[in-house]
Design a protein around this ligand. Structure first.
Ligand code: R5P
Length: 333
């Protein structure tokens, strides 16, 4: 037997991805899916309220939000709170099961303490659970151990790698002349998955951060041979771009040929886009492959020919369908 009726709503910043996932789901679901509709209201003092427009009692509801949205005047904290109000609304509306579809898990880089500070990823988990969420679906979460921060809710961490690997297979890069690069130690497992699937070599950059300042790199050391090789750098996210700009500069100095970058969450915070525009003009890299888990908009890849977007909507739609129908999800991971 299935769960309750498959129902989908979106907070404002979740709308573009939600629409794409609905389109994919409609190809799979014979009976109609429930789109109850919702509205996010803002008060003069900045408080937010979500109202679900139609009945969801007993339903299996999926609430979409893209928390870091470059096209919104809301910051991450505003969007996270809007999500909490939507979850709370679904709980009070008596949905049977509530899933937050958040391709970007906020504060995922604060999953352990380095000094006198909190563990904010765990604080996020506590807020989501206390609002009433039963499950979270996310994409390439920065630290998988965050799953353990939820005593009750389940976290499904999806991966962009299968889709990206198929893209790189289609490029027919020469096996003996292509190397997958992890731009820091945290990315080595991801790089190994690509290297094994594509039968390419592997190299790693030892990135030393300066934790006295946010987003600052102290030093980078390359481990491996990249001379005259095409490179595929894999990272979970581009935030300020500091990691990748330093990495590609170092790799070029070491004789790299064409450099491709594959990243699940291309936030391009601050002046990151300008940095990549400049690096592209200087011929330092060839392409960045990203996903629509971040709302960059249709025009972005036209204005920045170095960028190509791959949609994660088919994967998210299959996972949502399988959860609702109580089919295996691990088969899709
Ligand atoms: C770091 O551990 C992450 O995997 C990313 O490499 C990093 O967060 C990207 O940030 P930025 O673009 O600001 O260097």
């Amino acid at each position: 037997m299935d769960r309750g009726k498959l129902s989908l709503i979106a907070c404002n910043s979740g709308v573009p991805f939600y629409k794409k996932v609905i389109k994919e789901l409609k190809k799979m679901v014979n009976h109609s899916i429930c789109i109850p509709g919702s509205k996010e209201y803002y008060f003069a003092n900045g408080e937010v309220k979500t109202i679900i427009k139609n009945n969801v009692r007993g339903n299996d509801i999926y609430i979409f939000q893209n928390i870091d949205d470059p096209n919104s005047k809301n910051n991450i904290n505003d969007n996270f709170f809007a999500l909490l109000t939507a979850i709370d609304a679904a709980r009070y509306a008596d949905a049977d099961s509530i899933t937050a579809v958040i391709p970007q898990f906020p504060y995922a880089r604060q999953e352990r303490r380095k000094s006198r500070e909190g563990i904010t990823a765990k604080l996020v988990a506590r807020h989501l659970e206390s609002a009433g969420v039963n499950r979270i679906i996310t994409l390439d979460i920065h630290a998988e151990a965050i799953q353990g921060f939820f005593p009750k809710a389940k976290l499904e961490n999806l991966h962009a790698s299968t889709t990206f690997i198929n893209y790189f297979k289609s490029l027919n890069l020469e096996k003996e002349n292509t190397v997958v690069v992890a731009p820091d130690m945290g990315s080595t497992e991801r790089a190994r998955i690509y290297s094994n699937a594509l039968h390419f070599g592997i190299a790693v950059i030892d990135k030393e951060r300066n934790y006295s300042k946010a987003s600052t790199i102290a030093n980078m050391k390359l481990l491996g041979d990249v001379k005259d090789k095409n490179l595929i750098i894999v990272d979970d996210m581009i935030a300020t771009g500091g990691t990748l700009i330093s990495a590609i500069t170092e790799l070029k100095k070491n004789g790299a040929k064409d450099i491709y970058i594959a990243t699940s969450l291309p936030y391009f915070n601050g002046n990151a886009v300008e940095k990549f525009d400049k690096a592209y003009k200087e011929g330092i890299f060839k392409k960045i492959l990203g996903t629509d888990a971040v709302n960059l908009g249709k025009e972005f890849s036209i204005e920045h020919p170095w960028y190509e977007e791959i949609s994660m909507a088919p994967l998210f739609a299959k996972v949502i369908y399988n959860i609702n129908h109580k089919h295996s999800v691990s088969a899709l991971l």
